[in-house]
Design a protein around this ligand. Structure first.
Ligand SMILES: Cc1cc2nc3c(=O)[nH]c(=O)nc-3n(C[C@H](O)[C@H](O)[C@H](O)COP(=O)(O)OP(=O)(O)OC[C@H]3O[C@@H](n4cnc5c(N)ncnc54)[C@H](O)[C@@H]3O)c2cc1C
Length: 488
């Protein structure tokens, strides 16, 4: 049977999915369904050159194995880059866009018809002949034998404190496009809800011009750590057996994990002067300043095990009992997010200098209330003090699109919209009522239902390799676990 593949989504993950099937024999048609241009997505669609990747060129590739394809792309265009560099995110967007054209042409050269329908997918219906019908926002449909779902996370998460003010001109529901931030008055007082990557983008853009005063606030009141690279290492610092021996249900888990990580850091940096776990800095911006200084001095010994730890967590956590996995991830969420989503030293130094000049602050607490006034916003801080702002920018993350529903009909929705089918190790979905998995693969952010770290192009490219490998192989119902296919 010839295959008709429907890829839902148009960001980097969709391009990676295309890369892993383009040119394979037996594919009649590949249809990409996405409302906008293919290749950019939320993170890589920005045009501002100060907004850098927080992942090195080495791991920011549409292909997870071998030499970085992104490095080759940049080198071929004359960019003097090293595999450790953090480059502007718009370059990743250009890379994905260009590779999209090349993979499309490769598929066409082998007789596959490739089309892009500029619409949203709203549902997937199972048809009696074992194929699927994807329903689009305009009521049209497209059918396929194999469906790849990579609709990412592009809807901003609105915190409860401001959700009643949706549409208010003084509430920016997302920092993107960054032009809107640049257009705010140069003396504006701006409250940014969030303290992670998109909040940092907002702070960098806002604090750059004029005398704006910018305050970041989040429940954690912490900023990401600072690093000089995120790259794969040639030799793993932790053995597979050590990971496999970790038992999340054992009382000694935390101690074993800590010892294993400290040993790995020492192994990857034998000359490092001890592994520092505590700092004397008493505010988020002082800690930022201190970590930027350490990074400048080359004292970031933990950074070279991060890529390996991410791969290993994505490989091993799905095999833990769901309850135990959820407990461990909840316990380590803040720590993981701080180090896994650490920021480039260059941006850390910029933020630290804005803070030193009084243009940027990280609030030590999260507002008890945010009130709309005639002229802007009044914030009630936990210590009882009040502060006025002209604008509020929401940078509190994005809602992941999920497939929800039951046998026969799945909706493209969000968590809480309905039951979600099981996501298997081979990234196909299975309904509880059915013995066999569907030919529907879930990649990127939505694969977070199974893998703990998905907000990372390398993880999405690994998912695409797993799905692509199955799609182009003759049909089988056997499960090929992610672990077997993602070794470096
Ligand atoms: C601020 C920020 C910085 C980041 N920096 C990095 C980084 O430096 N390195 C890194 O590896 N990762 C980074 N990430 C994570 C990055 O977003 C992911 O690695 C990856 O690029 C996500 O791509 P995606 O295609 O899965 O999703 P998205 O970029 O969210 O794209 C989703 C696509 O699906 C489309 N879509 C949505 N709904 C539908 C629908 N119903 N039907 C059809 N199409 C739909 C959208 O229009 C879009 O084309 C960052 C994320 C953020 C928020």
């Amino acid at each position: 049977m010839t295959k008709r593949i429907v890829i839902i989504g148009g960001g980097a993950t969709a391009v990676s999915a295309l890369a892993h099937v383009a040119g394979a024999p037996g594919i009649e048609r590949i249809t990409l369904v996405a409302p906008g241009a293919i290749g950019f997505g939320t993170a890589f669609g920005t045009t501002d050159p100060t907004l850098l990747c927080n992942t090195s060129v080495d791991v920011t590739s549409l292909l997870s194995e071998g030499r970085s394809d992104f490095l080759d792309y940049l080198a071929a265009r004359g960019h003097p880059v090293h595999r450790d560099d953090f480059v502007p995110r718009y370059l990743v967007g250009q890379y994905c866009r260009e590779r999209y054209g090349q993979y499309r042409d490769r598929a066409r050269a082998t007789g596959t018809k490739v089309t892009h329908i500029r619409e949203r997918a709203v549902a997937i219906n199972s048809l009696d002949d074992g194929t699927y019908q994807v329903e689009l926002g305009d009521g049209a449909t497209v059918t396929g034998t194999d469906i790849v779902f990579c609709a990412g996370a592009e809807t901003p998460r609105l915190p409860a404190e401001v959700s009643a003010h949706q549409g208010d001109p003084r509430l920016l529901e997302s920092p993107y496009p960054a032009d809107r931030l640049r257009r705010l008055p140069h003396d504006a007082r701006v409250l940014v809800l969030g303290s992670k990557l998109s909040a940092i983008d907002a702070a960098l853009v806002l604090s750059r011009q004029g005398s704006r005063h910018c305050v970041l606030t989040s429940p954690s009141a912490t900023l990401p750590a600072v690093r000089t690279r995120l790259r794969r290492s040639a030799e793993p610092a932790i053995g597979r057996r050590d990971w496999a021996a970790l038992d999340p249900e054992d009382a000694s888990f935390d101690g074993s994990l800590t010892r294993m990580l400290v040993r790995a850091v020492r192994r990857s940096h034998p000359t490092a002067r001890g592994v520092r776990t505590r700092s004397g800095a008493d505010t988020a911006t002082r800690l930022l300043h201190e970590e930027a200084r350490f990074a400048d001095d080359g004292r970031v010994p933990w950074q070279d095990i991060v890529a390996e730890v991410i791969d290993a967590l994505n490989e091993h956590v799905p095999h833990w009992r769901p309850r135990a996995a959820a407990d461990v991830l909840a316990r380590y969420r803040t720590l993981m997010s701080r180090y896994i989503s650490a920021i480039p030293v260059r941006n850390a130094k910029l933020l630290a200098s804005h803070a030193a000049e009084g243009r940027l602050r990280v609030a030590p607490g999260y507002p008890r209330r945010i009130e709309r006034t005639d002229t802007g916003w009044r914030v009630h801080w936990p210590d009882g003090s009040l502060e006025s702002f002209d604008h509020v920018v929401v940078a509190a993350g994005y809602r992941t699109r999920r497939l929800t529903g039951t046998v026969g009909r799945l909706h493209v929705g969000y968590d809480g919209d309905g039951p979600q089918p099981e996501l298997l190790a081979d990234l196909r979905i299975r309904f509880p009522e059915r013995a066999t998995a569907e030919r529907i693969w879930v990649l990127g952010a939505a694969a977070g239902a199974r893998h703990p770290i998905v907000n990372y192009l390398r993880a999405a490219a690994q998912h695409a390799a797993v799905a692509g490998g199955q799609i182009v192989r003759p049909r089988t119902d056997a499960v090929a676990p992610l672990a077997e296919r993602t070794a470096l």
